[in-house]
Structures are given as C-alpha cells and as structure tokens.
Design a protein around this ligand. Sequence first.
Ligand SMILES: CCCC/C=C/CC(=O)SCCNC(=O)CCNC(=O)[C@H](O)C(C)(C)COP(=O)(O)OP(=O)(O)OC[C@H]1O[C@@H](n2cnc3c(N)ncnc32)[C@H](O)[C@@H]1OP(=O)(O)O
Length: 358
Amino acid sequence: MRASQQDFENAMNQVKLLKQDPGNQVKLKLYALYKQATDGPCNMPKPGVFDLVNKAKWEAWNSLGSLPKETARQNYVDLVSSLSPSAEASSQGKHEADEKAQKSKDIVVTSEDGITKIVLNRPTKKNALTFEMYQDIILALKNASTDNSAITVFTGTGDYYCSGNDLTNFTSAAGGMEEAASKGAVVLREFVNSFIDFPKPLVAVVNGPAVGIAVTLLGLFDAVYASDKATFHTPFSHLGQSPEACSSYTFPKIMGSAKATEMLLFGKKLTAREAWAQGLVSEVFPDSTFEKEVWTRLKGYAKLPPNSMRISKELIRNNEKEKLHAVNAEECTTLKAKWLSEECINAIMNFVSRKAKL
Ligand SMILES: CCCC/C=C/CC(=O)SCCNC(=O)CCNC(=O)[C@H](O)C(C)(C)COP(=O)(O)OP(=O)(O)OC[C@H]1O[C@@H](n2cnc3c(N)ncnc32)[C@H](O)[C@@H]1OP(=O)(O)O
C-alpha cells in the first residue's frame, strides 16, 4: 500500500515525539528521504568541505539519485514507523508491547471475553488526561488494533468518566506555555488520528461526567453507552479554547448545527438523556444497573464475527477518513494558537490558582 500525504505528515509529527534520539545516521536518512519526497532529486551545489553538517546532509540526499518522490515518501513513513514508540514496543514482541501499555500508571488495559478494555485510572484527578496518558492511549489503541479482541472499550474509574485535558499540562511544562502548546498540538494530532484510524468497533462506557476532549472524542466512537449520572460538557469558550477531536465536524453532523453551537460555543452541559436525544449517546442506563447491563451486552457483541464488524466499520469510516484527518489538522493548528492567547492563559491560571472551576 502506498503512503498517502496524510501518512507522510503523520510520520513527520511522530518524529517530533520520539523519546530517544535515533542517532545521526538515521537523522541524515530521514532528512534525505524528506527532501527527496518534497523537493525531488538533489540539484543543489555541494557545500564546501568545511561546512561539515550541510555537506553530510547534501551527500545523504544526493545518494538517493532519482528515487521517485512517492517511493521516498513511503520509505520515510516506513523508517519512522520502525522508530516510533509503538513500533519499538512491537519490534520487541507483541507481549512486551501489551505489558508496556498495561504497566502504565494511569491507564489500565485488559483483554478478556473478546473485549480490550482501556480504563482511565486517575480517579483522584477525575481522570484528567496528562501528556503521558495521551501517549499511553495511543500505544494501547495501536496494540488493540491487532490483538485478538473483537471490540475495544473505554471507561473510567471512580465517579468521573474523564474531566478532559489536565490543565496543568500547560502550566507545569519545563519550557513554558510556548513549548507546551507546540508539544500539545503534535500529541493531540497523533492522539486523535489514532481514533480516526482505529479499525475495530470502539465503544465508550461513560460511567460519570465527561468534560472537554472526553466528550468531543465520542463523535469518533462507534457506540456510546452512558449511566444516567453522566453529563457531557465542552466549556471551550469558558477556557479561551476551541473544539478538538474533529467535533467541529462530527457534532454538527450528529446533532445539527444549532445544538452543536450550544455545546461547542456556549458550553451548554447536557444530561445523559439530552445527549441521547441529540444522537451523541446510543443508550442511557440507570446508574444502579449500568455496569451489569452494559457489560452483559458488550460480551454478547464481542461474540459476533469480528471480520464482519471490522469490514462494516471500514465501509462507514472510509467515506470520510480524509475529511476527518483534514479537520483534525486544522483544529490542532487553531488550538495551538488559542493555548497561547490571553483568554486561555487566564482561564487556566484561574483554575490552577483555585479561583475557578467549570
Ligand atoms: C494536549 C491535548 C489537549 C487537548 C485539549 C482538550 C481540551 C479540554 O479537554 S478542555 C476541558 C478541560 N477540563 C476542565 O476544564 C475541567 C477542570 N476541572 C474542574 O472544573 C473540576 O475539577 C471538575 C468540575 C471536573 C470537578 O470538580 P469537583 O469539585 O467535583 O472536584 P475537584 O476537587 O475540582 O477535583 C478533584 C481533583 O482533580 C483535579 N482536576 C480535576 N479536573 C482536572 C483537570 N481537567 N485538570 C487538572 N486537574 C484536574 C482538581 O484540581 C482536584 O485536584 P486536587 O485534589 O489536587 O485539588
């Protein structure tokens, strides 16, 4: 299969997220493939003998000769995927990769009865998502896409499903807001991409209130089951932010633009039944029987022929995958700028200094 422009852009983002320096040889190779994929064969004059760095780069690029742009793009994507954290894990064996995700501090991953369960496990902070948790979820989804389970389910521990992005992601970053915003945009893009591309049925079991990105992501799930104690709140304007997880596209499509506006612009909090009436939730259950009813049902679904479910999902998702990737990219660029705005910085500081909650 040929790497698309989107795959290429995703790979470029992944390079920025590498935890380990891949070494100069690999970096030169990446540079050369990137130049070949974007500019074509090297026709620049060779740098002088004392310009060591640029000479090495030129030689790496020039060595690719007339390699076609598409092949260079594919080779770049392949090389990055062999370096990415998830590939690092899978190259050491699938079992170890699963272990890595399962050992994660705030995400618990289990697989049983045909269901891979990804549990947000940070109840003292209402399951707010740290940078580390975003990365762990990306890895857990990557593993779940190829494990033996038929369906994958997200849920939360404690009274909340998830209170959204951990607002201290931005205030505790060593390099300050600017660096946090750049990192945030890259992480967010890859995180949302992993939901757009997830190949199996993805179900949210919303055990309690959901805030921010925990709500917007639901537009990319295949089914959403909610306790009647759950609420759905996207206070982006209150936080000086803008929508993410493709909700600027999925929400108007799911509920119509008038209802989407109330949520995404005015921050209207919905009850579980309101969210059901607007098409965001598949079904609402009484909290007292929620767990029992939902898991019984999901275990039944997990016995359905997995390939058939997968192919049906592919048919539905493929119609708009490209659009979703484009929306995700645009939302991330917009958010990166918003995170550096006075409106947003003030809102986050007010929360952190305990002056404001939602
Ligand atoms: C890099 C990708 C970025 C993607 C961007 C996504 C955008 C969003 O997700 S926007 C939504 C962000 N979330 C919020 O604004 C929620 C903020 N939290 C609250 O307003 C309240 O905590 C609450 C309404 C969720 C719960 O209130 P409650 O009174 O019941 O409990 P608390 O005492 O406030 O919370 C307990 C504990 O948890 C900490 N906490 C809760 N949510 C967050 C959060 N989102 N970020 C950081 N910390 C959070 C809260 O500070 C408390 O901590 P302490 O016990 O240490 O004080």
